[in-house]
Ligand binder design. Sequence first.
Ligand code: SAM
Length: 213
Amino acid sequence: MDRIINIVQQNYLSSFRRKSDELLIEMEKYALEHNVPILNWQSAEFLEQLVIIKSPRRVLEVGTAIGYSAIRIARNLRAKSVLHTIEKSADNLNLAKEFISKSGLVTKIKLLEGEALNIMPQLKKKYDLIFLDADKEDYKRLFDYSLVLLRRGGLLVVDNLLWHGYAASSRVPKQYKESTRSIREFNVLFMNQPNLKATILPVGDGLGIGVKK
Ligand SMILES: C[S@@+](CC[C@H](N)C(=O)[O-])C[C@H]1O[C@@H](n2cnc3c(N)ncnc32)[C@H](O)[C@@H]1O
């Protein structure tokens, strides 16, 4: 199960997909060949739009992987804005460093290396936008830390809330059972958090958007 939107609509919308440049194509190819989950094109375009609309001064990403979404976010930041992005996998960190260096955005993107559950409680300054794209089992705790780190009026964006369609399905393969349970519990929490005006949109794999009250 991997299609949230009807295939005809999906194909139609794909015809308007923005063309990736050489670096993004290289990263998309790498991710595909090495099974690295990166933002799907519609979520990536939507996130870029949010960055442009919100014009955030400080952005935090949780889950850098190879730096694909980080580069797409950072390219749309204003001159003095910064992106902090947290990654715990040493292999992904090495790749992210390589790609970020190629992107020419080393001064805009700061990699925070390690476990987000340890790093986030140590961060002091608030963020205008936080993008959560990490292990689904960690979402609830990462959400708590995000709420503390998000300034009032700030935007919280969370990926995979439809979880390949399994969140809404009664048939969930064994290997997805645990993560699906985490996503379902997270969605209830996310939609009922009193400090957040939240919605879940059928963009990509399901994007949660919350504005801190
Ligand atoms: C879905 S990928 C991120 C994709 C990336 N945002 C993109 O679209 O290009 C998730 C990444 O988060 C990292 N990760 C997962 N849980 C984490 C945690 N608790 N702390 C730090 N990194 C984490 C994983 O190692 C993996 O590289």
